[in-house]
Design a protein around this ligand. Structure first.
Ligand code: ABU
Length: 500
């Protein structure tokens, strides 16, 4: 009876073993039910409640914390309701984010990682995980086209931080004095990235003292790809103004359109002007696992650094992001502080495996085991199938929408990645000619449908405005559970929810 038991009845309490096993078995049972429920199309994607409703508490589920301990029965209710009022991101009809899906082996890896509860800063306390990271990074270098053991890398807490590393080391490589003397010792640096690139490049410029005004946005074509001639022009303009062009971020898979910048042409320009070329492949990096699609990233091998998030297209449980650097030793030189209490040089093992001083963190979560275990379970062929399926799903949705007159595609042509962007045109707008008035009304369609779908909980898909374009839906495929019938359901559901 858990209602009379408290956490002090569990291990390390003397004789707490049985209670611990019972309690954890209940939690595991609950998690297993949740996993199965996530894949069941009869279940909703979410049971939406407004923030104030959750804060007020619902039927015995209170977020408030008290001075006195609560019993284990209450903790089980809290665990159950936390899942109940959350979003089933593994549901086959969850299309809202770039990271979707629930990989069962990856989940097992995450559970093991949490149980092991160690820190990635040294081999001393994470011997197996450190070696797994080394092995996986080498696999990733090879997929990019670099030579294993000659490149460098580290797993970081997400794509923004991986992109931050890229600017940090680009700046250090050109101006190593920045580490000791700071930005005051440097001329004005400028970074280049496309209009469609991720906002993290601006964020990084702010964090690193470069300044958001020194991030030059390069124009894109109608598919959201960087225009190389505009990059060239903007580099020359920056030089004329006396600034130092330092770095170009090319995106392999923009967040909204899924566009892949022309990597080879950008690499040529970077070489000509001796700029650091980074490829933000946080989203599109997964294509490297597919023989059918990897050629879309030709030129990535010429980058000096690459961001790649396996938690996106490869569905590794969040989070799992890598910064990969072509030159070995730069990460260490740029970031090391040689804290004597962690990184003693006179340890009795090979201390190059104490990778923690390469990072900008101290404590570092083990993000590697779930990815390593998934690779074991699937092999490269399993990942390849997965990627091919995401792109087939995107093709399928595109092929449906292009032939309908109640939907309009945001850009013409087949998707290069698994993003499909579109407007739903409700009956009331069908006969309106293109005008400001139509745009004003169309802008309200996606948010209204989204609100209804969240209230009903049947599907989830994101929307956004973009530049001059009014709110449109972005559907992304990264969930292996999604079938064609789910895509048919998505289209029908948007029509049903938006019919008036
Ligand atoms: N760039 C982070 C992921 C964005 C998204 O899931 O839509």
């Amino acid at each position: 009876d858990f209602s009379t038991m408290f956490s002090h009845d569990l291990l390390p309490q003397k004789n707490g073993e049985e209670n611990t096993k019972h309690f954890l078995s209940e939690v595991v049972e609950m998690l297993l039910n949740y996993v199965c429920a996530s894949f069941d199309r009869k279940n909703k994607v979410l049971d939406f409640h407004h923030p104030h409703q959750l804060k007020e508490g619902i039927e015995g589920f209170s977020l408030d914390l008290s001075d006195e301990p609560e019993n284990l029965d209450q903790l089980l209710v809290d665990c159950r309701d936390t899942l109940k009022y959350g979003v089933k991101t593994g549901h086959p009809r969850f299309f809202n984010q770039l990271s979707t899906g629930l990989d069962v082996v990856g989940l097992a890896g995450e559970w093991l990682t949490a149980t092991a509860n160690t820190n990635m800063f040294t081999f001393e306390i994470a011997p197996v995980f450190i070696l797994m990271e080394d092995i996986l990074l080498n696999k990733m270098y090879e997929k990019i086209g670099w030579i294993a053991n000659e490149a460098d890398g580290i797993f970081s807490p997400g794509g923004t931080i991986s992109n931050l590393y890229s600017v940090l080391i680009a700046r250090y490589k050109r101006f190593p004095e920045v580490k000791t003397k700071g930005m005051a010792s440097l001329p004005t640096l400028v970074l280049f990235t496309s209009e469609h690139s991720h906002y993290s490049i601006k964020k990084v410029a702010a964090i690193l003292g470069i300044g958001t005004e020194n991030v030059i946005l390069v124009k894109c074509n109608e598919r959201g790809k960087m225009i190389p001639s505009d990059l060239m022009l903007k580099i020359l303009e920056a030089k004329e103004k006396g600034c130092i062009p330092l770095y170009v971020n090319a995106t392999a898979g923009t967040t909204v359109y899924g566009a892949i910048d022309p990597l080879t042409e950008i690499a040529d320009i970077c070489e000509e002007h001796q700029l650091w070329m980074h490829v933000d492949a946080a989203w599109g990096g997964g294509l490297l696992m597919s023989q059918k699609h990897s050629e879309k990233l030709t030129g990535i091998e010429r980058a000096k650094s690459v961001t790649w998030n396996p938690h996106k297209m490869l569905s590794v449980p969040l989070q799992c992001s890598a910064i990969l650097v072509r030159e070995k030793g730069l990460l260490q030189a740029c970031n090391q502080m040689c804290a004597g209490y962690l990184f003693q040089p006179d340890k009795h093992y090979e201390v190059s495996y104490d990778t923690g001083d390469k990072t900008i963190q101290c404590g570092r979560h083990v993000d590697i085991f779930k990815f390593w275990l998934m690779w074991k379970a699937k092999g490269t062929v399993g990942f390849e199938e997965k990627i091919n399926k995401h792109l087939e799903n995107a093709d399928y949705l595109y092929s449906i929408l292009k032939d309908r007159n109640d939907f309009e595609l945001v850009f013409e042509g087949k998707p290069e990645l698994s993003n499909v962007c579109f407007w739903y045109i409700p009956p009331s707008l069908k006969d309106l000619p293109k005008s400001q008035e139509r745009n004003k009304r169309l802008n309200q369609v996606a948010p209204k449908i989204k609100a209804r779908m969240m209230e009903e909980g049947t599907i989830m898909i994101g929307y956004q405005p973009y530049g001059d374009l009014v709110n449109f839906f972005r559907c992304v495929f990264s969930n292996q559970a999604t079938r064609r019938s789910d895509i048919d359901f998505l289209v029908d559901e948007i029509v049903r929810l938006g019919s008036d």
